[in-house]
Design a protein around this ligand. Sequence first.
Ligand SMILES: Cc1cc2nc3c(=O)[nH]c(=O)nc-3n(C[C@H](O)[C@H](O)[C@H](O)COP(=O)(O)OP(=O)(O)OC[C@H]3O[C@@H](n4cnc5c(N)ncnc54)[C@H](O)[C@@H]3O)c2cc1C
Length: 430
Amino acid sequence: MANRVIVAGGGASGLAAAVSAAESGAKVTILEHRDRVGKKILMTGNGRCNLTNMSDVRGKYYSTDSESLDRIYAAIDRFDAAKTRDFFRSLGLCTKEKRDGGVYPASEQASIVLDVLRSACDRLGVSVWTDCELAAVRPDQTGGTVSIVKTVCAGGARNGKAGMAKERTNKTLRYDKLILAMGGKAAPVAGSDGSGYQLARKLGHHLIEPLPALVQLRCEGDFFKALSGVRAQGRIVLLIDGVETAGDEGELQMTDYGISGIPVFQISRIASRALYEGRQCEAVMNFLSYADGTGSRYTAESIRAFSHKTVEAFLAGMVHKKLAAVVCRQCGLASDQTVGQAGARRVMDCIDMLTQFRVRITAPNAFEHAQVCCGGVPLREVDENFASLKCRDLYIIGELLDCDGICGGYNLQWAWTTGAIAGAAAALSR
Ligand SMILES: Cc1cc2nc3c(=O)[nH]c(=O)nc-3n(C[C@H](O)[C@H](O)[C@H](O)COP(=O)(O)OP(=O)(O)OC[C@H]3O[C@@H](n4cnc5c(N)ncnc54)[C@H](O)[C@@H]3O)c2cc1C
């Protein structure tokens, strides 16, 4: 008899698990509480879906428990980027690799990734129950039962808004194996509302506080309003309690409340966790990293050649005008002050500030703006196939687990890896 596998959550990991379980002979049902599966996949890579990365994965993943990193890499070695590309090729999707190793669908359309997963589910006979929320789980000696809240629209309501009525189906569904694939709390607009964490807890798991990761950072400084919209190539270093802890380089973006851009996202999970632990976080940005990064090419003599220019105009030759204006103000120079009036020493102070623009980070932006969560169910509470060590016949995959990757396709890779491994194991284990 084929195992009856229920996959709770029709996101990236859930769809991969469903396909994998069905390919291994299971009778699979996906429960998705939104009106369609895979909403978040459509948002990925700015609608292009950076679905994996061919670079070496070492150093690209985090876990709150650093001892779990070996488990993460062991799993990814079993189902890596090459296997992911083969998997999608077998579903009829060609992929292409970019210079940084990032892999995208050949058409650069995220929707095709979802299309091929849905069509594989159709072909393999996977039942997809949308508008169905997994509300409770009752494990027993031979699997268990789940109760489902079916959402129905009443009174012509659209998009789940006004007029929505919820009905609890009195029918429960039996499973031999249950896979929790309900995502974290990041981007709840796509359906991940944190309910998976609560269910995992009720089933005996611990939870490492989920926090926003791959997210903008809010900073102190009234000058951010003036900087809003500035994009600058630069390097960012994260200081935790004054100690350099992480860094990255690329396009830094200024917002009216703080900092954004890929380099900020890359360090954000470390800042998020440190702030949660009550530690002091600062960012030091170098806006002259495109040159030699030190500003040393500017000597007192070379600066004097620009005596007639305002300091602001002089700095605007190196960086965005708004940044030049803010740096002048921070250094106590009026906007009409010339290089000659300020003197070479004070101008060099401004240049120094451009190489070490230091701000205090106050908080990560909210889950609504985050791409992923850090934290979740500890990896030591699941085995190498992501089967729960706390509750029989249960598997936990994807972002629900305490694993998060940097930008570049690594988070979806984690979803495919955990889904593929757990799906097959759930189908085949007795
Ligand atoms: C804007 C954005 C861009 C991104 N771009 C990339 C990228 O280019 N590359 C990359 O690698 N990663 C990217 N990510 C991250 C990536 O999307 C996630 O890591 C990945 O989707 C996590 O997969 P998951 O299956 O664990 O969770 P999710 O994709 O969040 O899926 C969880 C599913 O479970 C459903 N669900 C939740 N609770 C219940 C319940 N109680 N009952 C039934 N269903 C439930 C949800 O509706 C959802 O469909 C991006 C994320 C965002 C927000």
